[in-house]
Design a protein around this ligand. Structure first.
Ligand code: UDP
Ligand code: MG
Length: 352
């Protein structure tokens, strides 16, 4: 069997601080793997710039036109980690046998990729990278993340515990993934649904090599809520249950107060009234909000908008027209980007 063509997909959002190091380490690793004939020399590292506002794309672009291992895709705007990842996976699958996705911040041990490839050669179509320890994450991050996995499990969502988006997928698995047409792609939940032969590799998670987390609390909460509501209707059922319970309770109270009215004496009852108003009002708002969350999901799905839009692609050499407005253009070694791109396209197709 020929060595498999590997693509390493790296979503990047404002990662200029860590990118040089990431490029260096990944290129080094891939070069080693090619030399040791673990993977084909056609293997590539594909950086997806998720609408960064810093120099991330410039850095990717400059590396990618050298025609070595690095390639880049620039998304037209920020669409979030999951969608950026999808853009990379779908672009890479055309020319690769297997695809590894990894974060740009070097928190995940890159040497594990060699083990991924071994497993792939043994016939596994999906290999999950699972964090052994999370001591390097902050206490807050660790507890919230672990709570999240446990909650998801309770809600009946099948997640691989402590696995984030560091995994290998075969081309076949990515092709199947593409058939999941939902707007809200929560990859950790969807990949296990594909159901091909899979296995896990354990590794220690490190600290971010540089830069800050791109998942502040607000994004983390949104991510968790999305994950839950796109996979499980348990929350709606819980609301129904709470509704039934409070209905029963109110029946009991009602009959108690009625009996007081007829057989005893009634209090002016301000306290009980005001508390129950607040209680019921709160419950109703929660319920409506929750239902709204699901309706919002349906609304998004029915629109069927594209999940991402590619602006520039140095991986498959699609040259979009027009390439860039004057504002976004930049110079590379004295060549305007537009020229640099056609120059790169020529150079890259030579090396293909
Ligand atoms: N990321 C992205 N788009 C976003 C936010 C994050 O592509 O809108 C990327 C980011 O560059 C990184 C990965 O997603 O490669 C994971 O982000 P981060 O390391 O900040 O998350 P954490 O490890 O703190 O959960
Ligand atoms: Mg990280």
């Amino acid at each position: 069997m020929d060595e498999p063509v590997l693509a390493i997909v790296v979503p990047c959002y404002n990662e200029e601080e860590v990118l040089t190091e990431t490029m260096k380490q990944l290129t080094g690793l891939l070069a080693d793997m090619v030399r040791e004939k673990q993977v084909s020399e056609k293997s590539r590292i594909l950086f997806v710039d998720d609408g960064s506002r810093d120099d991330t794309w410039k850095m990717i672009y400059k590396e990618s036109i050298k025609g070595e291992f690095i390639r880049g895709i620039k998304l037209a705007r920020n669409v979030g980690h999951q969608n950026a990842l999808l853009a990379g996976l779908f672009a890479a699958k055309k020319t690769s046998d297997c695809i590894v996705s990894i974060d740009a911040d070097l928190q995940d041990d890159i040497d594990v990729i060699q083990k991924f490839i071994q497993k792939f050669k043994e016939g596994y179509e999906v290999v999950y990278g699972v964090r052994d320890r999370r001591d390097t994450d902050t206490f807050f991050k660790r507890t919230t993340a672990e709570g999240f996995y446990k909650l998801m499990k309770k809600m009946g969502v099948n997640l691989v515990y402590n696995h984030a988006d560091y995994r290998l997928m075969s081309r076949r698995a990515v092709e199947e993934l593409e058939r999941f047409g939902e707007a809200n792609m929560f990859l950790r939940g969807i990949v296990p649904l594909i159901g091909f032969q899979s296995t896990s590799i354990y590794y220690d998670r490190k600290e971010r090599a540089a830069g800050e987390t791109k998942y502040p609390l607000k994004k983390m909460l949104a991510f968790a809520l999305d994950g839950i509501t796109s996979f499980s209707v348990t929350p709606i059922r819980m609301v129904l249950l709470v509704g039934c319970l409070s209905f029963l309770v109110s029946l009991l109270f009602g009959s108690y107060f009625l009996s007081l009215k007829f057989f005893g004496h009634t209090e002016s009852g301000w306290t009980s009234m005001i508390t129950s108003i607040w209680l019921i009002g709160g419950l109703q708002l929660i319920a409506i909000g929750l239902v709204g969350e699901y309706i919002g999901k349906i609304y998004k799905e029915t629109k069927g908008r594209p999940k991402y839009i590619i602006d520039i692609d140095t991986f498959n050499l699609a040259v979009p027209q027009p390439l860039l407005g004057e504002e976004g253009a930049f110079e590379h070694d004295g060549i305007q980007e537009r020229d640099a791109f056609s120059y790169a396209a020529g150079k890259l197709s030579e090396t293909k």
